[in-house]
Design a protein around this ligand. Structure first.
Ligand code: TXA
Ligand code: MG
Length: 310
């Protein structure tokens, strides 16, 4: 995609003043503010209507910048070299003298950090002398935004500026891995756990139990389109949309396909925009046909599972 430098300059000007800007990333759009500014971070919580005890992810251009705020370790360096920039978020210990606003972490001593790959946001981050706190750019507990129109739909004129970067290429949030002790995945995401395990060459546990959450993205109800979702369904009810992984020979008006041929990566990319489209079409509920539970299909199922707790 072509990079519009004037737009990036405009975003920087607003961020420098501790105001918020929506930014594109390859996973989903983020609602960004200066991570060293209390004012900017409080504004993010207010705009998203996000509970203050749900900490924010901070976005850096590279690991040299990160060193000012966090204590790095060998597992981090390995994964950074293999996957960054990319769809992985690391939970690390904060340094005592870090300038990160206490509102980012809700006074915790840990920080979730990420290095987004999207060229527009990488260009922006390079020009800033501070990192960006940025949760997904959607209202709290709802479906994430994967293009600038989704962000506008959720926030209207309340957001000063949306830096456009087209459609997010992955379409699901990053994988969160806690690296403070034994590596532990806190949220499934755009990067498969088996790839992380391969690089670390040791067991990586997956903490998908909502009773022992340490990452509120694991709260039961999340990623909700605002109408009920039924999973593993074969037949729809009245006023119900039918979400299918691939195209069928017989097509009815309430059928929505995530991919032409059942490709899971394509399905992931289309998931959130399809859920938004169905909601706009005034269906009362969504029935989902079984989706293969492999590769990124596991992340799709994780999100649909949480969205179904409506
Ligand atoms: O792909 C992504 O990760 C996107 C893009 C914009 O970077 N961001 C994103 O942010 O999904 P958000 O805020 O919607 O989800 C971040 C998750 C939340 O569930 C939060 O609870 C968790 O990360 N989190 C943040 N800081 C944490 C910490 N110190 N320890 C554990 N979990 C943390
Ligand atoms: Mg989110």
């Amino acid at each position: 995609m072509k990079i519009n430098l004037a737009n990036i300059k405009k975003a920087k000007k607003i961020l420098d003043k501790s105001e918020c800007v929506a930014i594109p990333t390859e996973t989903v759009y983020g609602l960004a503010g200066k991570a060293y500014s209390d004012k900017a971070c409080l504004k993010i919580f207010k705009l998203k209507k996000r509970p203050k005890n749900n900490p924010l992810i901070v976005h850096y251009h590279n690991c040299k910048d990160l060193e000012k705020d966090c204590i790095l370790n060998n597992d981090f360096i390995r994964l950074y070299k293999s996957f960054c920039p990319g769809p992985i978020t690391f939970v690390l210990n904060l340094k005592r003298n870090s300038k990160i606003s206490k509102f980012v972490t809700n006074n915790m001593k840990t920080l979730a950090v990420r290095f987004p790959k999207h060229p527009v946001t990488r260009n922006l981050l390079k020009k800033l002398n501070y990192p960006l706190a940025a949760p997904s750019a959607n209202l709290s507990s709802k479906v994430s935004a994967v293009n600038s129109n989704d962000v506008r739909d959720d926030f209207g004129k309340k957001i000063k500026y949306i830096l456009n970067g087209g459609k997010s290429s992955i379409g699901l949030e990053s994988t969160i891995v806690d690296l403070r002790n034994k590596p532990k995945i806190l949220r499934l995401g755009g990067l498969e756990p088996s790839l992380i395990q391969k690089i670390l060459n040791k067991k990586v546990s997956i903490n998908n139990n909502p009773l022992t959450i340490s990452s509120p993205g694991q709260f039961k109800l999340h990623y909700s389109p605002g109408i009920p979702i039924r999973l593993n369904v074969k037949k729809t009810k009245k006023n119900e949309a039918f979400l299918l992984i691939n195209k069928k020979k017989e097509i009815k008006s309430n059928y929505y396909f995530l991919s032409k041929s059942g490709n899971l990566k394509e399905a992931a990319r289309n998931l959130y925009s399809t859920l938004r489209k169905i909601k706009k079409s005034k269906y009362k509920s969504i029935a989902v046909k079984k989706i293969p539970n492999r590769g990124i299909g596991k992340t799709i199922n994780d999100r649909l599972n949480r969205a179904s707790k409506f």
